[in-house]
Design a protein around this ligand. Structure first.
Ligand SMILES: O=C(O)CCC(=O)C(=O)O
Ligand SMILES: [Fe+2]
Length: 328
C-alpha cells in the first residue's frame, strides 16, 4: 500500500508522464543511468541504515550544530546565488538563508502554525557534523553507489546534502550541473522532471542572474503571455519514498515537493561531477547544447563588462538574420 494519495499532490496544469521504476539489480538500470535518463531505483539499500534519522534522533545527535536553514514567506524555496547580486539590482528573494542550531530548527518546525514562515534545512554532510551522524553516514551502501559511479563513468562525488523539509515545501523548477542520486529517508517527495530539450518551454533566468539555472515560470500561476511555450511543456513525474533512490540526470530540470499533510521529509542527495567525454559525437546532445549556451552568455557578459548588454547583442545577432524565413 502506498503511503500517500493524490490529494496530497499540488495541482499544476502540466502534461506529465511517469518515470520508470526498477529494482536495483535490473540490468536496465545501468543503461538508463549511462544514457542520462531518469529512473526510480528500489531495493538498493543505499540509506537503509539511517531510516532512524527522524527529528528526535537528529536533534539528539546534532543538537547544537549550526545548520544552513532557509526561511520562506510562502511554500517555495527558490535558490539564488549571493555572488550574482549586484548593488544596482533590485532583487528581493522570498526565501533566504537563516543559519541556526539544529535544536532551534527542530523546535520551530514542531511549533509551526499556519501563517508562520516556513523552514527548510539544507546542510552539507561533513566530518564536523557529529561523531554519531558520521558513524551512521559511513553505513550508507557506499559499495553500491560507488559501483554505479564507476559503471556510468561519472566524476568524483562532490557532496551529500541532507534535506529536512516541512510538509508542503517546494523547491521550484531548476537544473543542476551535476549527476544526482537522490535518496529519500523519511516521508514522500514528488518530483517533476523535464529533459534539457524542454529548455525553451521553461525559460531559465539569464546565466548572470542570481536565479541562474532556475525557471522563470511560477508553476502556481504561470504567466502565459510572457512564457507562452510553457503551455507545451511535457514533464515526467514520480513519488519518491523511504529507501527509494531517484536518478536525476545532470541538466534535467526538476521541481520537488514534500507532499502536503505528509509530515516532514528527510532525504540525502549524492552529487557527482560529470564524467569526462571520451569522444564527442554529432549531433550534440541537448545538455551539451545547454553548456554551449551558458558559455556564450558568460563570454558576452565578460567581453561587454555588463550583463545588461548581453540581451541587446544577442538580439542584434539574431533578429531578422536568424529568425523565421530570413535565413534561407
Ligand atoms: O529535494 C529538494 O527539495 C531539492 C533537491 C534538489 O534540487 C537536488 O537534490 O538537486
Ligand atoms: Fe536540484
Amino acid at each position: 500500500m502506498a503511503g500517500w494519495n493524490e490529494s496530497q499532490l499540488r495541482k499544476y496544469n502540466i502534461k506529465l508522464e511517469k518515470i520508470p521504476t526498477l529494482q536495483y539489480d535490473d540490468p536496465k538500470v545501468d543503461s538508463l543511468l549511462s544514457n542520462n535518463k531518469p529512473v526510480l531505483i528500489k531495493g538498493s539499500k543505499l540509506v537503509s541504515q539511517v531510516l532512524k534519522w527522524d527529528l528526535d534522533y537528529l536533534t539528539e545527535h546534532m543538537n547544537s550544530i549550526c545548520c544552513n536553514v532557509l526561511v520562506s514567506k510562502n511554500h517555495k524555496f527558490k535558490y539564488y546565488d549571493q555572488k550574482k547580486i549586484t548593488p544596482n539590482m533590485t532583487f528581493k528573494p522570498i526565501s533566504r538563508p537563516s543559519p541556526m542550531i539544529f535544536s532551534e530548527f527542530a523546535k520551530k518546525i514542531k511549533d509551526w502554525k499556519k501563517g508562520d514562515s516556513r523552514l527548510y534545512m539544507q546542510q552539507v554532510l561533513n566530518n564536523s557534523i557529529s561523531q554519531r551522524i558520521v558513524s551512521d553516514f559511513v553505513m550508507f551502501n557506499w559499495d553500491w553507489i560507488m559501483s554505479k559511479q564507476k559503471t556510468c563513468k561519472w566524476g568524483s562525488l562532490t557532496s551529500n546534502l541532507l534535506l529536512i523539509a516541512q510538509e508542503g515545501n517546494v523547491t521550484p523548477c531548476h537544473y543542476d550541473e551535476q549527476q544526482n542520486m537522490f535518496a529519500c529517508i523519511r516521508g514522500y517527495k514528488r518530483f517533476i522532471l523535464f529533459p534539457p530539450s524542454e529548455f525553451e518551454c521553461l525559460y531559465p533566468h539569464p546565466v548572470h542572474h542570481p536565479y541562474d539555472r532556475q525557471s522563470q515560470v511560477d508553476f502556481d500561476n504561470p504567466d502565459y503571455i510572457k512564457f507562452p511555450k510553457f503551455k507545451k511543456a511535457c514533464g515526467y513525474e514520480v513519488i519518491v519514498g523511504p529507501e527509494d533512490v531517484l536518478y536525476i540526470p545532470m541538466y534535467w530540470f526538476h521541481h520537488v515537493e514534500s507532499l502536503m499533510h505528509g509530515g516532514c521529509t528527510v532525504s540525502v542527495n549524492f552529487w557527482f561531477k560529470a564524467g569526462s567525454v571520451e569522444k564527442i559525437e554529432y549531433p550534440l546532445l541537448d545538455h551539451q547544447k545547454m553548456v554551449i549556451m551558458r558559455n556564450v552568455e558568460k563570454m558576452l557578459a565578460e567581453a561587454l563588462h555588463d550583463p545588461n548588454e548581453v540581451g541587446n547583442m544577442l538580439n542584434t545577432i539574431v533578429l531578422g538574420r536568424y529568425t523565421s524565413d530570413t535565413n534561407q
